[in-house]
Design a protein around this ligand. Structure first.
Ligand code: NAD
Length: 317
């Protein structure tokens, strides 16, 4: 059967690159982008786009029926830093959009779902180093609570109703095409922009704050690989730990100094420090490696080279 894919929240940091990658793979007309706002030209110009609110059950059903959608990637959510400011809005968006999509699966209106979780499902009582797939999970943020609940619901819909839902616990994602949308790891993108523009960055996290991170190309590859894996290989239907690298702000600044020797960084921690303190430093992703063959390609050095080169190009245009 032909694949028709709907991306919800397609104009965001991940959705933009995911949509372009899926269009390149399956054909522009088969990948429908949707969001509550319009996105950048490369996305809007390369295939169908619908203005769609993920919490509007009827509108979602109409789009799914109209385009004969069989796969949905749900990327709409309120991220960690913004969610702390608007807890009820975050809970409503993050949960009702997920239920809308899971129920489409339950009613057999779609066949396969991708829903992203996050390292935010872990909390201050989780082992910080080499955080295992199965461990203490007591998230202390609004965002983390919604992701942890989402994971439980995904597993429940798989077990109870046979819904083919697949999920990854993304670490902080580093990308150059789109700016991040209000997360705690946003510094790891902002730093490259500021390095090129001002040769200085004031970091909202303090020294020594190690967090799990990943270059966007790895995250997109992991997402598509998981969605294409044989059903039997996807043994976990909550969400897979996904690792690539871990570093502190100073380590990142040092990697930038290899290219821009005069780059300086100051620290002015804000409320996001408490969120970062509750998260793991690095992740053990053995089940993802064993079940469906996950291997990251980008380390910090490769990420810095790619980010500086691509952003230089983009700013010169
Ligand atoms: P983002 O904020 O950049 O993009 C989210 C998109 O959803 C935006 O374009 C926004 O306009 C759209 N949106 C908001 N409300 C909507 C609604 N009601 N209906 C439809 N669209 C709506 O977020 P992102 O970084 O691309 O994250 C995508 C997913 O991945 C989220 O579930 C997020 O929690 C998860 N995630 C992201 C990261 C990261 O580092 N970026 C890390 C872990 C998990």
């Amino acid at each position: 059967m032909d694949k028709y894919i709907l991306i919800i929240g397609a104009c965001g940091q991940i959705g933009t690159e995911l949509t372009l990658a899926l269009r390149a793979k399956y054909g522009n007309e088969r990948v429908i982008a949707s969001d509550i706002r319009e996105g950048q030209a490369s996305l809007m110009g390369s295939g169908p786009f619908e203005l769609l609110d993920a919490t509007d059950t009827n509108a979602l059903e109409e789009v799914v029926a109209y385009y004969e959608i069989n796969e949905v990637y749900l990327m709409a959510a309120m991220l960690s830093a913004t969610a702390e400011k608007f807890p009820m809005r975050a809970w409503n968006l993050n949960m009702s959009s997920l239920f809308n999509v899971l129920n489409l699966g339950k009613e057999r209106k779609i066949e396969k779902i991708f829903w992203p979780s996050s390292i935010a499902v872990f909390g201050p009582n989780t082992p910080k180093e080499n955080t295992p797939q199965h461990t203490i999970m007591e998230p202390s943020t609004v965002y983390g609570i919604s992701k942890q609940s989402g994971e439980r619901w995904c597993e429940y819909y798989f077990n109870k109703f046979g819904v083919d839902v697949r999920s990854l616990r993304y670490p902080g994602l580093i990308s150059w095409k789109t700016m991040p949308g209000g997360g705690t790891t946003d510094y790891a993108v902002e730093i490259y922009h500021k390095a090129l523009e001002e040769n200085h960055y004031s970091c909202f996290l303090e020294e020594g704050t190690a967090l799990p991170m990943m270059f966007m190309d790895d995250a997109i590859r992991a997402t598509i690989q998981l969605m294409e894996a044989d059903t039997a290989k996807v043994r976990l239907r909550s969400s897979y730990n996904l690792g690539a690298m871990s570093f502190t702000p100073e380590e990142m600044a040092n990697s930038i100094r290899e290219h821009l020797p005069h780059f300086t960084m100051a620290h002015a921690p804000d409320f996001r420090q408490a969120i970062a303190n509750s998260w793991p430093a690095n992740i053990d992703d053995t089940p993802a490696r064993e079940d469906w063959g996950w291997r990251p390609k980008y380390d910090l050095k490769a990420t810095t080279m790619e980010m500086l080169a691509r952003l230089r190009d983009k700013k010169a245009r």
